[in-house]
Design a protein around this ligand. Structure first.
Ligand code: CUA
Length: 344
């Protein structure tokens, strides 16, 4: 079978995955701000759009006027070049006025930009939740910081925040430059290896907001999405309390066998499961994997079918991912799946 013959099948597969993903994460939209920071940026964007539209309309009107008033010639006649010898003093004033208006509009935009930037930096940060976000090729690590070390916990690709409370993100990168961008909540901020940058925002409306890496970072840059889930504060506290707990011990024989499969296969070399001997930090923390809605940084819905397919052959869904294929017998895979489902 040629590549061309395979193409429709491949497209079908890809669109199936995309449709499934769309069904789980809502679309991201910078024009629908749901936080104070995003609202400020949206206002600045609207002002810029208004000014640019007016300038475009004015320039286009001047262009049409120039065409209309240009002397019309005929092919048979010799060109009339007499105007080239005359200076056009009448034009001096419109040009000066045009330059002045352009400069003034640019100054208005600079001032608006400055004022917006100032407002963005003035978010009250009392009782803020601080999360250390680390960009990896191609997933997001999130560590919830706390003055008390025992209250810290880690998760990946899905950050929960309390609605109405400020959030401080400390952004780092483990490899190359990434960019954290949740358009409904705030603007972009780069994650640069070797330095920490800060991003502060507040979500006012509970909901699920999609974000995306916004700096090209290699093969799977496009598959580096994340979700910010804004919960009502009480619900957030309950979620955080669950995340702080270690993984529950496997109960049934099948689950116990699944844990043993995890510990003797390559899984244990990269992933952490709190409360077990798996403590590697190369890949996402799996302690509460089953509580997350997506797999592989927004690539696949977190269903048993996709999880099994992902474990067997991640490269099929995310070429270049650091996760190697894990060949397992049907029995081992079944047990592993039973265990992973307990990681709520
Ligand atoms: Cu990370 Cu693009």
């Amino acid at each position: 079978m040629t590549v061309r013959a395979l193409l429709p099948l491949m497209l079908l597969g890809v669109s199936g995955i995309a449709a499934a993903a769309v069904a789980t994460i809502p679309a991201q939209n910078a024009l629908q701000p749901h936080g104070v920071q995003a609202a400020e940026i949206h206002d600045l964007w609207r002002l810029t759009l208004l000014i640019c539209t007016l300038v475009f309309a004015a320039v286009f009107a001047a262009f049409l006027y120039a065409i209309w008033r240009a002397p019309h010639s005929k092919v048979q006649l010799a060109p009339d070049l007499t105007s080239l010898d005359q200076s056009e003093p009448r034009l001096r004033r419109p040009v000066i006025v045009g330059v002045a208006i352009s400069a003034l509009l640019l100054i208005v935009l600079i001032v608006a930009d400055f004022v917006t930037e100032r407002r963005l930096s003035r978010l009250p940060l009392k009782d803020a939740v601080t999360i250390e976000v680390t960009g990896h090729m191609w997933w997001w690590g999130a560590r919830y910081l706390d003055d008390e070390p025992s209250r810290m916990f880690s998760t990946a690709n899905e950050v929960h925040v309390p609605a109405g409370k400020p959030v401080i993100l400390k952004l780092n990168s483990a490899d190359v430059i990434h960019s954290f961008w949740a358009p409904s909540l705030h603007g972009k901020k780069d994650l640069i290896p070797g330095r920490t940058s800060l991003l502060q925002f507040r979500v006012d409306k509970p909901g699920v907001y999609r974000g995306q890496c916004a700096e090209f970072c290699g093969l799977e840059h496009a598959m580096m999405a994340f979700t910010v889930v804004a919960d009502p504060p009480a619900q957030y506290e309950a979620w955080a309390a669950r995340q702080r707990l270690p993984a529950p011990d496997p109960m049934t024989d099948l689950q116990k066998a699944g844990q043993a499969v995890f510990m003797r296969s390559t899984c244990v070399m990269c992933h952490t499961i709190g409360g077990t001997e798996a403590g590697a930090r190369l890949g996402p923390d799996l302690t509460h994997l089953a509580s997350r809605s997506m797999l592989a940084s927004g690539t696949l819905p977190n269903t048993p079918q996709y999880l099994a397919a992902w474990i067997l052959d991640p490269q099929r869904f995310k070429k270049g991912s650091n996760m190697p294929a894990t060949p397992l017998s049907a029995g081992d895979l079944n047990a592993l799946m039973a265990y992973l489902e307990t990681l709520k």
